[in-house]
Each structure stands twice: as C-alpha cells, then as structure tokens.
Design a protein around this ligand. Structure first.
Ligand code: PEP
Ligand code: CO
Length: 459
C-alpha cells in the first residue's frame, strides 16, 4: 500500500459510543444537585435546543490546529477564568475580543505564522474546586462551582446548585456567540480597523504605543498593496477573522445534553463549543471526563500539571486520539515557572517518540498562582513570562514546535495580576479586583505578553 492508499483505507467502524456512556464511570467535580429530577428535566430541555456550533466548524478548527501541530501556525487560546452572569454585557465581550485581536496581530506580524484564535468564552462557566465545601467563621457551605452551577455569595441559598442555571448558561453562551459572530464577520475585525482595537487606557501605555506603530505599518502595507492594483475588497481574509469558542468540559450532564450526531458523517460532536478541554483535576484515564470526550469529534485539550507521568500522557493520547489525527489533541502544559524545565522534557520526548501529532501549548497561569499578603489570589507577570520562556526553551531543545499559549485575561483595566511593564504592585490589587475565580491579565499586560511571546517565537 502506498502512503496515499494507506490514508484512504476504509476505517474500521467506530466502536459504539453514546453521549450518556460516561454515567457508568466515576465523574469527579460534579455538583451535588439537590433535586435530581429537576436536573433531568432541564437536561431534557437542553437536548432539544439548537446547537451553539456546527460540526463543520469544529472540523475546520481541527484542520487549523493540525497545521499548528506541524509548526505552520500558533494557537492563542485566551479569555476569562470564569465568565459571570452578572458581568455579562456587550462592551466586555467586545473589549475581550479587541485584546485578543491585538495580541494575534502582534503575534502574526512578528512571527510570520497565522494565529488560530480560540476564546475561553461563550460557555466558560464551570469551575473545578480543590474542596467540595468552603468554611468561613465556622459555617460550612458547598464551594462555588461557577455561575452555571451556583452563586458566589456565601449563603446556603446562593450556594445550592440550581439546574436552571444550566439553561441560563446556554442562553448566555448563545448570545455571546451571536455577538462574537457579528463582530468577527461584520466589519469590526476588518484589518483596516486595526487601530480601532487599541483601547484608550491601553493606547497611553508603552505597549499601546508599540501596538500603534505596528498598526501603522500594517496600514501602510495595505495602502501599498492597494496601490499595486490588488483589490483588497476581494480578499475576505482581510475583512473577517475566524474566532472559535472553548471551555472546560466539566459538567458532563450539560455537555451530554448538547451533544449532537452530525447528519453528514454520523459522528458525534459536543455542540456547546468548538473546542473542549479536560482540566488538570479531571483527566483520570478511567474517569467519566476522558470517557465522554473520547467519543466526541471536536478538537480537544488536556491540561498537564507537574505530577503527570509520560505513561499517563501517552495513554491519554492513545485514548483521545487513537487515529492520530493532527489537530485533534492539544496538550496544555501548566507546570509552574519553577517546574517546567524538569517536568516537561520527558513528556515531549515520550509523545514525539510515539509519533502523536499533538499541539503543545503552554498555560503559564495555573501553575503560578499564590496568595498575596493582602489576601488576594494573584500571579506575577514575571512568573508567567518565566514559565513561557522555559516552555520555549525546552521545546527548542527537544526540537518540538511550541504551538501555542493558553492565557487568562480580560479586556478591562483590572488589577488582578502583579507586574508587567506598567507594573501593578501589591497594594494596588484591591483597586479593581473583579474576577469570579482566578486573577486575569488586564489588556495592557496581555498586549505586553503578546509582544514578548513574539520575540520568543522569532528566535
Ligand atoms: C482553568 O483553566 O481555569 C483551570 C482550572 O485550569 P487547570 O485545570 O489547569 O487547573
Ligand atoms: Co483559572
């Protein structure tokens, strides 16, 4: 058989899989719903709602990530740690999109490779917790698990898991996605508007000025092409961008209810988002999350913390991508700045030797969280950069393409992470600390980060 024939060889029929199979496996991090019948009624309702994304879109993203796995692209996955029901409005969605578009321009312009843009958005509502309960002043209540499960306020009523929130999460995801589609396809993301993405509070900073200079160069290049007789109006890549959605697939009842069979191929897709990931706390090989996600054909991510072994990573690759489809699987290293140098190389070696065509991405956020003396949970920009530098170094040494980054950020002018060029100091954290969960980079820090990643990519 030639390689070509080998590729076209009819595939063995897929082993029967159905969206509810995960229920026979141990599922960690699931809420204790007080009224299981009420939950099932909501899930039945969700089984009938329109899908948020289409199989074809998820397939296209797999192809784009396939190119990333071959070193012909870079993944920028970014957004909130947890989206909130209260802070839901058009401006914050627009501003988050703006900063991601700015970052992607900075990355693409200096690295010369296309940026695949995936938001932690339009469904990133559920949070894994280190403990099922939280105790304050002797009172023990269920932990906050994200707005799709319960409310942040520390009262028994607020913390009780409420399945109606799954419906609200679906509807908020739908309107967020609707707005994103309008922004990215309806002129807002047109490259001729590259200047307009610079928000006022960013524009006055050093990174904002650097961005502005870059935007001017891009506009000059566009004028030059136009003067050469190229019809820029006909080049649709200049006028719209492909922007994908993602979230941690945590609440399995919700994910199951939004899973649909593709009428073209008979394959299953989780239509709650284009890309789903498995978190550090739910990646057990014999667990329900791996069982569920192995059966859907969306591109997937798995977070890998410092305790994972090469054997576990290989088993995850085999389980989640047995056909070795490039772009199907993204491995997201989140080791911490001090651990990445020793923890990542054995994983890179094992996956390369086994010839699994994965995207290697770095989440430089979740391994670098600490409690500041003021009581705020925070991260230091320098630690984030140090982990990224380590990631690029060990990838370089292993001859592996550093395929992307996974960042928690917001377009707002918050003060949640320390440091950055316009340094935020510890006593400023209280000024605008607004996150529902983990500390996010603000728009200036995010742009700063993008320029520094560009420099790492150019090396
Ligand atoms: C997250 O991405 O918000 C998260 C909880 O990450 P991890 O699973 O890597 O801890
Ligand atoms: Co987080």
């Amino acid at each position: 058989m030639t390689a070509h024939e080998e590729l076209r060889r009819p595939r063995a029929p897929l082993p029967a899989w159905s969206p509810e199979d995960w229920r026979a496996f141990p599922a960690s991090q699931q809420p204790e719903w007080p009224d299981p019948a009420a939950l099932e009624r909501v899930l039945d309702e969700l089984r009938d709602v329109p899908p948020l994304v289409f199989a074809g879109e998820a397939r296209t993203l797999t192809e784009e990530l396939g190119r990333v796995s071959e070193g012909r692209g870079f993944l920028l996955q970014a957004g909130d740690c947890a989206e909130s029901f209260d802070a839901f409005n058009a401006n914050s969605i627009r501003d988050k999109l703006k900063v991601i578009l700015q970052m992607s321009v900075a990355l693409t312009y200096s690295s010369g490779v296309p940026t695949v843009k995936v938001g932690r958005i339009a469904g990133q509502f559920a949070k894994p917790r280190s403990s099922a309960t939280e105790t304050r002043a002797g009172v023990e209540l269920p932990s906050y698990r994200g707005d799709i499960v319960n409310d942040f306020a520390f009262t028994a009523e607020s913390r009780r898991p409420d399945p109606q929130r799954l419906l609200r999460g679906y509807h908020q995801a739908a309107s967020t996605l609707n707005l994103l589609r309008a922004f990215t396809k309806g002129g807002f993301a047109d490259l001729s508007r590259v200047h307009a993405w610079n928000q006022e509070f960013v524009a006055t900073s050093a990174q904002g000025r650097r961005y502005d200079a870059l935007a001017q160069e891009i506009e000059r290049a566009l004028r030059f092409m136009s003067a050469c007789g190229i019809d820029l109006r006909a080049e649709h890549q200049l006028h719209q961008v492909d922007f994908y959605t993602s979230h941690e697939a945590l609440i399995l009842g919700y994910e199951e209810a939004l899973t649909r069979e593709d009428s073209l191929t008979g394959e299953w897709f989780d239509c709650s988002a284009h890309f789903l990931w498995i978190g550090e706390r739910t990646r057990q090989l014999d667990g329900a999350h791996v069982e569920f996600l192995a059966g859907v054909q969306n591109p997937l991510g798995v977070k890998l913390g410092p305790t994972v072994t090469p054997e576990e990573v290989l088993a995850l690759c085999e389980r989640l991508n047995p056909d070795r489809i490039p772009g199907r699987l993204t491995l997201v290293s989140r080791m911490g700045a001090d651990r990445v140098d020793e923890a990542l190389p054995p994983l890179l070696r094992a996956v390369t030797l086994a010839r699994h065509p994965v995207v290697w991405a770095c989440d430089p956020m979740h391994g670098n969280t600490f409690q500041h003396a003021s009581g705020y949970k925070t991260r230091h920009f320098d630690d984030v950069m140090r982990e990224l530098q380590g990631f690029f170094d060990v990838c370089g040494a292993a001859d592996v393409w550093p395929g992307g980054v996974h960042i928690e950020l917001t377009g707002d002018d918050v003060t949640e992470c320390l440091g950055g060029s316009e340094s935020i100091e510890g006593d400023q954290l209280e000024r605008r600390y607004e996150t529902m969960c983990d500390p996010r980079l603000n728009a200036r820090q995010s742009l700063d980060l993008a320029f520094r990643i560009s420099e790492l990519l150019r090396r």
